[in-house]
Design a protein around this ligand. Structure first.
Ligand SMILES: [Zn+2]
Length: 144
């Protein structure tokens, strides 16, 4: 089997195009452009959208439903490989979002629960530690 390098999905526009392809049975380039404009409020350049679709097609991720050149565009449809590709991209994004959220979160130094806005800070051996509550802080300090 020929391993093709993954297509880079580094922009929200591309990500959204994949989402559209996944949620619709088939979609034309024109409908994609319209959706981007309506839902994201961005006017994507048609060239960038069609180039991305061309890459997807070259990789076997989408198929053109148009059977002959004279036919009007009927849109594109994800292939089985394309669906797997989209799922892979989506799970990667999910991980990124989780990491981004978690890096902003503080946890209680004693019990490990996530801390949101209200938490207790205590100075311990010159270090500022975060706790969910005074009791947790006390328990932590007593256990040291
Ligand atoms: Zn705690």
């Amino acid at each position: 089997m020929n391993e093709t390098p993954d297509i880079k999905v580094q922009s929200l526009t591309r990500f959204y195009i994949l989402l559209l392809l996944k949620s619709k049975n088939s979609i034309t380039g024109y409908q994609i452009l319209k959706s981007l404009e309506r839902d994201l409020g961005t006017t994507a350049s048609p060239t960038s959208v069609y180039d991305f679709l061309k890459d997807l097609k070259l990789n076997g991720y989408i198929e053109d439903l148009k059977k002959s050149k004279s036919e009007r565009s009927k849109g594109f449809k994800l292939t089985t490989a394309g669906k797997e590709f989209v799922d892979r991209i989506f799970s990667r994004f999910n991980n990124l979002i989780e990491i981004a959220i978690q890096s902003k979160l503080k946890i209680c130094a004693s019990c490990g629960v996530r801390l949101y806005e209200d938490y207790h800070t205590e100075l311990f051996e010159g270090k500022e530690l975060n706790f969910c509550c005074k009791h947790c802080a006390k328990a932590y300090i007593q256990s040291r």
